[in-house]
Design a protein around this ligand. Structure first.
Ligand code: 6PG
Length: 244
């Protein structure tokens, strides 16, 4: 099921996302004893992370049973200004009672094979996966790039066609860089996907994602087909301005 919610502005998007986070955390813990969430980088989710790190959420959310993962990462060390881990640490983790043992960064630096292997090993261990089983996150937070990418699944890249591993390093010619990303089979296996998209610059990408042709190579979000989960798009009016 895909739900689209249009909200007045980025503050309202963050508020709606925090409410949903709280509900999903409670449901997940009730059902399975833990809440496993993968966080996106970029600028859009920062207001949400700040909100979660302030009252009432800081004191009321079940942080001790929450596992924090990352949708994608830059090829940089953890303390680099471009690191998603660093951004999440500074905006959220520094102010909430989440122990380091509950945080599972993606390795950014190193040989491609090492990064992919360490991502796979980490997921297999934490989720206690059997062979050929994909991890099942309770919530994956996603943003949308102006070019239509989410996590680090960019148009025209191998991330759209290679389903052989859970964490992949991909070459992204359009940004002349490599990225580390959770892959489509993992994202499609999540219970809940939540997109946060704000600002007029995203209007075209939102239109393509929600109302564009089914061309996966050009519009990566067309590859999102949750196995047994749902997608909610929380969009502000500016980003939704081209929707019919
Ligand atoms: C990242 C992401 C990426 C992001 C989009 C949107 O690490 O950059 O996870 O997919 O969500 O690029 O980024 P903004 O929110 O900065 O527009």
């Amino acid at each position: 099921m895909t739900e689209t919610v249009i909200l007045p502005d980025s503050g309202a998007v963050a508020a709606a996302a925090a409410e949903r986070w709280a509900r999903l955390a409670a449901e997940s813990i009730e059902a399975r004893g833990r809440f496993m969430v993968a966080l996106s980088g970029g600028a859009t989710p920062r207001p949400l992370y700040r909100l979660l790190a302030s009252e009432p959420y800081r004191s009321s959310l079940p942080w001790s049973r929450t596992g924090i993962f990352f949708t994608d990462e830059r090829r940089v060390p953890q303390d680099h200004p471009d690191s998603n881990y660093r951004m999440v640490r500074e905006t959220l983790l520094a102010d909430v009672p989440v122990a380091p043992s509950q945080v599972f960064p993606l390795k950014g630096e190193g040989l491609i094979s090492d990064v992919q292997k360490s991502g796979r090993n980490m997921l297999e261990e934490v989720f206690r996966l059997q062979r050929k089983e994909w991890p099942r996150f309770d919530l994956v937070l996603l943003g949308l790039g102006e070019d239509g990418h989410f996590a680090s699944i960019f148009p025209g890249t191998r991330a759209l066609t290679d389903n052989s591993m859970p964490v992949m390093v991909i070459e992204v010619p359009s940004i002349k860089a490599e990225r580390v990303t959770l892959t489509l089979p993992v994202i499609n296996n999540a219970r809940h996907l939540m997109f946060l998209v704000t600002g007029e610059k995203k209007a075209e990408a939102v239109e393509a994602a929600l109302q564009g042709p089914n061309r996966i190579s050009a519009i990566p979000t067309k590859a999102l087909k949750p196995v047994d989960g749902d997608i909610v798009w929380l969009i502000d009016e500016a980003a939704a301005s081209r929707l019919k």
